[in-house]
Each structure stands twice: as structure tokens, then as C-alpha cells.
Design a protein around this ligand. Structure first.
Ligand code: ADP
Ligand code: GN1
Ligand code: MG
Length: 356
């Protein structure tokens, strides 16, 4: 454990002396560490990425409020993330210009990068569907918008086109096919934001980053246990949460798979997730249900556009572990979009069947 981490951890109310602190997990945004103390107790230490989240105080206020609200409805203490306070009783620590927080480690749980069985994916749908259902009466207006325009797909296209024009890393010439693929779908990409602005879709408290690796399953029962990574909890559309889960979890390969022949959107998993989500979150409107396939497609398209934008900018937003990784990620997303277009009618049929 280095001195910096020791100094930081010394300012949190841990149960005993820290014995180790090691990098942990596969997130693209925050720096995450697994901390073990002399008693064997485990914690998660995170350096919050304040370049991405400009208002860390507001973000931490959201997390404290939402976790407290959910705790009132939970039977298992592991079902809700628990923030560990600093010695000043604050929810986070500002230290040398960086922002740190500590959570209890969610014990006896598993966190998957890919669904191992359809049941695992079903349980993640139950977790995210229940999350939304449990927050249905939470006063959404009291939440800070931690990243303005986060799922404003039209605005993501504006930024994308700026990146193409600036061509900061000199990469535009190598990715014309990917750029064309995205631009050909620009008109459709604004559909959800438009329907929201027209008052046709309800604004809800949503998670907004519903990747499979942002949910914990109970290691023994493999049932839905806990939703994590609450940084992006803010007002949004149910279709964002549904769509982002399909994008990541119904994919047949990893997000950065280089062999695109392995990448498809699995209809069996689409069906599984739809069943779990609608079952746990029964209050969706007719239009929300009807637009579930479009939610999946647009969240995937948006994510592809964001990866490609970051590639064009020189990889400053999403953490990369090898050159070209953001381009590979963009390509898998566009492959998934094309596959959803090919399976469009089947996706609609599945939603219909699940509702009956
Ligand atoms: P990022 O925003 O970078 O994705 P996350 O909050 O999702 O950060 O954390 C990264 C990973 O760390 C998660 O995918 C999960 O594996 C693990 N993790 C985070 N919080 C906990 C926790 N409280 N208990 C156990 N594992 C956790
Ligand atoms: C980021 O933080 P993480 O790794 O769970 C990103 C999501 C993207 C995702 C793509 C705050 O999620 O929006 O969909 O990567 N989070 C933020 O894997 O930008
Ligand atoms: Mg995460």
C-alpha cells in the first residue's frame, strides 16, 4: 500500500488498521481499490473522476440520499451500498485536489462482465427494474444532474461532429466507414429526447449506466442483490436503463472484442432481460413498452458514438488498456446496432409476447 492511500484511508472510519489496498474491477471511469483491514473486513476505496463528474459534492449528495431512501425498503443490509464516513462525518474526502470515498465491500457477491447463464442476466434485470420501481416516488427534482445531457443522444452527435471537424488525433481518415455508419442514423438518434421534450415519455429517477458489471448477484443464490456505480443516478428515461443493459449484457461478446464475427445481440437474452425488467418494474406506460427495442438500439448507437468520439479526440475519456481499444469498442457497438436492425421485428414480437 502506498503512502497516499494510507494517508487517505487514515481519514475514514474503518473498523481497524488497513493491511492492503489494491487496484480492483473493470470500470472505465473511476479508480477503484479493494481495501482489507487487520480484522479481515473489506472495503472499496474509489477516487472519483472529477474530470467526468464536475460537481462531486452534488454527486455524493445524490448517492447519500438515494442509498438512504433505498435502505428504508431493504431487508438484506447488502442490498444497498453503504458509504463509510470520514472522521469528520462527511460522505467523501477531498485530498490534494482529488476526491475519495469508501464503501463497504458487498460480501458473498459476484459481479459479471458477461452473463454466464440467462438466469444471471434475468437477475440483473430484476435488480435494475426493482431499483427503478423502488425510486418511483423519490423526489427526482432534488437530484443533481451529475453529467448534464448524459443520454441526450442528439447532443452526443453534436459533440461527435465537433470531434470529426477538429480531428485532434489525425484519425478521421482511418475510420470513415464507422463515421458514415453513425451519421446515417443521426435523425433517428434524437427520437427519445424529442419524445421527452414533447411530454410523451415520463421523466423518472434512473441509473443511466446499467451495465451487467454494475450489479452484484448473491454468490450463493445467484439472485439479484445490489445495484452499484450510482454516480449517474439522476432524472432520465426508463428506456435508457433498459437499453444500456441490452447493449452490454445481451451482447454475445465483450465490449472491446476485435473479431466482429463473434458479436451479435442475442435474442434469447433480450427476451430474458425484458421479462425480468417488466416483471420488476410493472408501471411502465404503453409507449415506454413499445419503445423498448428502440431504447436498446439508441443506447447502443449512442455508446458507439461516444467511443468513436473519444477515439477521434485521442482517448481522454474512457480508460484504455491498449491502443485502438476505443475504436474496437465503437465497432462492437455498431455491429450490435446493425444486428438489432436485422432482428427488429423479432425484438418487437418478444416485447409483445412478454407482456401477455
Ligand atoms: P466505474 O464507475 O469505474 O465503473 P464502479 O463503481 O462500477 O466504477 O466500480 C468498479 C468495479 O468495482 C465494479 O464493477 C465492481 O466489480 C467493483 N465494486 C465497486 N463497488 C463495489 C462494492 N461496494 N463491493 C464489491 N465490489 C464493488
Ligand atoms: C462507463 O463507469 P462505467 O465503466 O460503469 C460510462 C458509461 C458507458 C460505459 C461503457 C460515467 O461506465 O456511460 O456506457 O462506460 N460511464 C460514464 O462501457 O461515462
Ligand atoms: Mg461501473
Amino acid at each position: 500500500m502506498n503512502e497516499l492511500h494510507a494517508a487517505i484511508l487514515g481519514q475514514f472510519q474503518l473498523d481497524a488498521q488497513t493491511v492492503s489496498c489494491d487496484r480492483y474491477g473493470c470500470g472505465h471511469i473511476n479508480e477503484t481499490y479493494l481495501v482489507v483491514t487487520a480484522s479481515g473486513h473489506r472495503y472499496i476505496l474509489q477516487k472519483v473522476n472529477h474530470h467526468v463528474f464536475r460537481d462531486v459534492a452534488g454527486l455524493m449528495e445524490n448517492i447519500a440520499a438515494v442509498t438512504e431512501y433505498l435502505r428504508g425498503q431493504a431487508s438484506d443490509p447488502r442490498a444497498v451500498m453503504r458509504l463509510v464516513k470520514t472522521s469528520d462525518d462527511a460522505a467523501y474526502l477531498e485530498y490534494e485536489g482529488e476526491f475519495w470515498r469508501v464503501y463497504d465491500f458487498v460480501e458473498d457477491s459476484i459481479c459479471l462482465q458477461q452473463a454466464e447463464t440467462p438466469e444471471d442476466f434475468y437477475e440483473s434485470a430484476v435488480a435494475f427494474g426493482s431499483f427503478q420501481q423502488q425510486l418511483k416516488d423519490f423526489p427526482a427534482a432534488t437530484l443533481h444532474e451529475t453529467i448534464p445531457n448524459f443520454h441526450n443522444t442528439a447532443d452526443r452527435y453534436r459533440i461527435f461532429k465537433e470531434a470529426i471537424a477538429a480531428d485532434k488525433a489525425g484519425r478521421v481518415k482511418d475510420v470513415q466507414a464507422e463515421i458514415d455508419f453513425a451519421l446515417a442514423r443521426e435523425a433517428e438518434a434524437g427520437t427519445l429526447v424529442r419524445l421527452l421534450a414533447e411530454g410523451k415519455l415520463p421523466l423518472r429517477v434512473t441509473h443511466n449506466d446499467t451495465k451487467l458489471n454494475n450489479v452484484m448477484l448473491d454468490a450463493k443464490t445467484r439472485k439479484a442483490l445490489c445495484v452499484i456505480d450510482l454516480d449517474t443516478v439522476m432524472p432520465g428515461l426508463s428506456l435508457y436503463d433498459f437499453g444500456d443493459s441490452i447493449r452490454f449484457g445481451a451482447a454475445s461478446a465483450e465490449e472491446d472484442e476485435q473479431d466482429l464475427s463473434k458479436v451479435e445481440m442475442r435474442l434469447d437474452l433480450f427476451e430474458t432481460y425484458t421479462r425480468g425488467f417488466l416483471g420488476a418494474c410493472p408501471g411502465l406506460t404503453e409507449l415506454e413498452r413499445e419503445l423498448l427495442p428502440l431504447g436498446a438500439k439508441l443506447m447502443t448507437l449512442e455508446c458507439g458514438v461516444r467511443f468513436l468520439t473519444d477515439y477521434l479526440d485521442g482517448d481522454h475519456y474512457f480508460a484504455i488498456h491498449r491502443p485502438g481499444q476505443n475504436l474496437d469498442r465503437a465497432r462492437t457497438q455498431f455491429k450490435l446496432v446493425a444486428d438489432m436492425e436485422a432482428k427488429w421485428q423479432q425484438m418487437h414480437n418478444i416485447v409483445q409476447e412478454v407482456q401477455q
